[in-house]
Write a protein that binds this ligand. Structure first.
Ligand code: SAM
Ligand code: SF4
Length: 358
């Protein structure tokens, strides 16, 4: 395939309704990347593995997924090479994710490599925190500036039940403490809200923002092939979450912590932390999208969802230039996602976000 453009397995070339820009992906006169719809793209989410030590009910099935082979994964050197090509085009911020990124060996080594690439100003990490205790200081020393930690309940038994791994709550709490000791601030806590599983904790989570300088972000569950039951039956909209939180205190819109995310933030008067909502389903924010994704096996995805992705790994391994492929992927970045709750057609056939780095 000479263009380097490929599609996952037997997926349709486009998700229903999916459109790509006809315009030109171009560099502005400041050398910054813009897609065919004029959106400036300066943020890359890098998945370093599709594997995970948890099995969150909204993410992957209990028995796991067909994992990528070791040889299929980009090496740390290859990841750094991709970032090294994109940085002169305007890439500024990175987020390392997965699967669970801390299950990949020696992650601080990658962080150190990425932090030395000219132009890269910010490196963040998304983690379930189970293994963070052993890594927090090394990650910070290597150059991670910001952490997002997934925490779907404040009740240990529930955390274990949602993650389908007993003992995970202990590891997560130890990981959060280690992150605070290592000096990570702000810490963002991500909570996927599900009716009947943890939606009764929205108020308790919100109160945490009055006690700690945490930025609690509630996420609407998104449909993928492996969680259609959860997405159809347990979805809670951000409007409902905010209504419940407003019932316990005055909530004002505020500027969020530094970051590249789409969350809308609020705070109680005088609270050290904030409350955010991430609303991919009820209020999509695709018009402000500033990101692309690099999968663990080296595909550049212009959107989390949909079937468009470009194989950078094979051309890279053949010693071919990948910059034209980056530009082409940027050019065909879709205008928006077409997700429908309880239906996986709009996801482009993804089984789980862990496959592409959520
Ligand atoms: N394992 C790490 C973690 O859990 O933070 C990083 C990867 S995980 C795929 C990244 C984020 O995606 C987490 O905050 C997780 O809660 C979220 N996520 C995964 N599947 C989701 C879904 N179907 N809908 C909404 N958020 C989801
Ligand atoms: Fe693992 Fe993160 Fe998916 Fe949970 S959300 S199963 S921790 S990749």
């Amino acid at each position: 395939m000479t263009s380097g453009l490929v599609h996952l397995g037997s997926l349709p070339a486009r998700a229903p309704g999916e459109t790509a820009a006809q315009g030109d992906a171009s560099l502005t006169r400041h050398g910054l990347m813009r897609d065919g719809f004029g959106r400036r793209v300066e943020y890359l989410r890098i998945s370093v593995t599709d594997k995970c030590n948890l099995r969150c009910v909204y993410c992957m099935p209990e028995e796991g997924l067909p994992w990528l082979r070791r040889d299929d994964l980009l090496s740390y050197e290859e990841i750094a090479e991709v970032v090294g090509v994109m940085a002169p085009l305007g890439l500024r911020s990175l987020r390392i994710t997965g699967g669970e990124p801390l299950v990949r060996r020696d992650l601080p080594v990658l962080v150190r490599m990425l932090s030395k690439i000219p132009g890269i100003e910010d490196i963040a990490l998304s983690t379930n925190a189970v293994l963070l205790d052993g890594y927090a200081t090394a990650l910070r020393d290597a150059g991670v500036n910001r952490l997002n930690i997934s925490l779907d309940s404040l009740i240990p038994g529930r955390i274990d039940a949602i993650a389908r791994r007993s003992g995970s709550a202990d590891g997560i709490f130890r990981g959060i403490e280690a992150a605070e000791r290592a000096g990570f601030a702000p810490i963002k806590i991500n909570c996927v809200v599900m009716r009947g599983r943890n939606d009764d904790e929205v108020e308790s989570f919100a109160r945490m923002s009055q006690e700690r300088p945490w930025h609690i972000r509630f996420i609407e569950v998104m449909p993928t092939g492996e969680n259609l039951g959860v997405s159809a039956d347990e979805y809670v909209s951000s409007d409902e979450m905010l209504e419940r939180i407003r019932a316990i205190g005055d909530l004002s819109p505020v500027n969020g912590p530094r970051g590249n995310g789409p969350a809308r933030y609020y705070a109680f008067p005088g609270a050290p932390g904030t409350i955010g909502v991430i609303t991919p389903m009820s209020h999509n924010y695709c018009d402000r999208c500033n990101r692309m994704r690099l999968t663990a096996d080296g595909h550049l995805r212009p959107c989390l969802f949909g079937a468009i992705q470009t194989n950078l790994r094979d051309p890279l391994r053949r010693g071919e230039p990948i910059e034209p492929l980056v530009r082409e992927t940027l050019r065909i970045k879709p205008e928006r996602h077409w997700l429908v709750q309880g239906d996986d057609t709009g996801s482009g056939g993804l089984l789980a976000l862990s496959q592409v780095g959520g």
